[in-house]
Design a protein around this ligand. Structure first.
Ligand code: NAD
Ligand code: MG
Length: 408
């Protein structure tokens, strides 16, 4: 029996109590992958809190399976239904709802680890809340760091939290930088992008939500799937990388790698390039962050080099995928532009998924939002939320106009 296995076996009988984990966005794709990894390590981890926005039955079923002390439903009108379902199941789980409930889950005493896996800027407050409480914060909710990068990092520092990225690219870069004494020797970060379902597409006019959500390599929530199809996901990730690792736009490159085997790379001044490879399965970065600095089993399929197809790399096409260029522009313009980029993208994607806007209008909405005069950079989380709300109001008008024009 190897060293880690021996230690795990010892913990099972005599070791410390398992570490509590709160999962914000437990009914989503990242939530499911996290619960899968945790279930493989009952001696090391236990579920302390679970949250969802609307899916009462799914959340209740997860509570029956994982027995958290706290369950939170984002939509307050569903709190009674969740409470009734848990009482019916005979669970003593505490039930809360709304933003206060999400904040309670993020700061829950029984959880040393918080997985931030809510989609969109809706995850900002609980993510910052977890940082302020000094949690080990496993960040999937990229929109939170895109909207409030410096405020989130401040909260991590002042709260004594540890921030570990779950996004596969940033998790890969974290691994590649692990042995670097400082970032001074880094020449550039290279984020890989699969290129999404429309990598070879020339005519986007008839693209449907179903096609946009059918990602070739990853099974994900609908919003991030559309972001992958427009390459906005990579744009948000460039901004995320800039905050997480402290590099300017000029030192962050994007390269299309359709096989999604190389999850990202770091090029150093001496010419060395370190890459992290693996099958495309979010359980790998989740297990890395849960176990860090140890390595724990993730359940993901191993890479088989002898059966692997060729690994290929291409330049991203900013003409066919303008959203990536818009994100570069926002990063260079400063923090307010990133909030506007994110808010207008969230609303445009929602309108596309509701078939109110064509796929190509997503970039048009964001371009128009970014061309409006920007308020000053936010100095507090409240100011981030104000800029976000204003950007959403403006994007709604643009979407209504484009939707009416399209219907004519
Ligand atoms: P998803 O749509 O599958 O799940 C989203 C979760 O957030 C659900 O549990 C939902 O109930 C909850 N939620 C939605 N709106 C909410 C609101 N307003 N308030 C509170 N909770 C709300 O999404 P996902 O694919 O799991 O992605 C989650 C986050 O992780 C996103 O920010 C995404 O960009 C990021 N991410 C996902 C993947 C992936 O493979 N799925 C990879 C990298 C990063
Ligand atoms: Mg990613």
């Amino acid at each position: 029996m190897g060293g880690i296995m021996r230690e795990l076996a010892a913990r099972q009988t005599t070791g410390p109590a398992p570490v509590g984990v709160a999962i914000l966005g437990a009914t989503g794709s990242i939530g499911a992958s996290t619960l899968d990894v945790i279930a493989r390590h009952p001696a090391q981890f236990r579920v302390a809190a679970l949250t969802a926005q609307t899916k009462v039955a799914e959340l209740a079923a997860l509570c029956v399976q994982h027995r958290p002390q706290l369950a939170v439903i984002g939509d307050p009108t569903r709190e009674a239904a969740l409470r009734a379902a848990l009482v019916h199941a005979g669970l003593p789980t505490r039930v809360r709802s709304g933003v206060d409930g999400l904040l309670e889950a993020a700061s829950c005493e029984g959880a040393a680890v918080v997985v931030a896996a809510i989609v969109g800027a809706a995850g900002l407050l609980p993510t910052i809340g977890a940082a302020r409480c000094g949690k080990r914060l496993l960040l999937a909710n990229k929109e939170a760091i895109v909207c409030a990068g410096s405020l989130l990092l401040d909260a991590v520092r002042s709260g004594g939290a540890t921030l570990l990225p779950l996004d596969s690219e940033h998790n890969a870069i974290h691994q590649c930088l692990a042995g670097a004494a400082s970032h001074a020797g880094v020449r550039r970060l290279i984020l890989t992008a699969s290129g999404g379902p429309f990598r070879a597409c020339r005519d986007f006019s008839a693209v449907t939500p179903e096609q946009a959500c059918a990602h070739p390599n990853w099974r994900m929530g609908r919003k991030i799937s559309v972001d992958s199809a427009t390459l906005m996901n990579k744009g948000l990730e460039v901004i995320e990388a800039s905050w997480l690792f402290g590099f300017a736009r000029a030192q962050i490159d994007v390269i299309v790698h359709p096989q999604s085997v190389v999850h990202s790379m770091v090029e150093f001044g001496d010419g060395s390039v370190l890459a992290q490879l693996g099958t495309p399965d979010m359980r790998t970065p989740i297990a890395y962050a849960l176990g860090f600095p140890e390595r724990i089993e993730s359940g993901s399929e191993r890479l088989d080099f002898l059966r692997m197809s060729a690994l290929t790399f291409e330049e991203p096409d900013l003409t066919r995928f303008p959203c990536l260029g818009l994100a570069y522009r926002a990063l260079e313009a400063g923090p307010t532009a990133s909030i506007v980029l994110n808010a207008s993208n969230e609303l445009a994607v929602e309108a596309f998924l509701a078939r109110r806007l064509p796929f190509t209008a997503i970039a048009a909405v964001i371009a128009e939002a970014l061309s409006a005069p920007s308020p000053a950079a936010p100095g507090s989380v409240d100011e981030v939320l104000e800029i976000d709300a204003l950007a959403r109001r403006q994007a709604k008008w643009v979407i209504a106009r484009l939707a009416t024009a399209g219907a004519r």
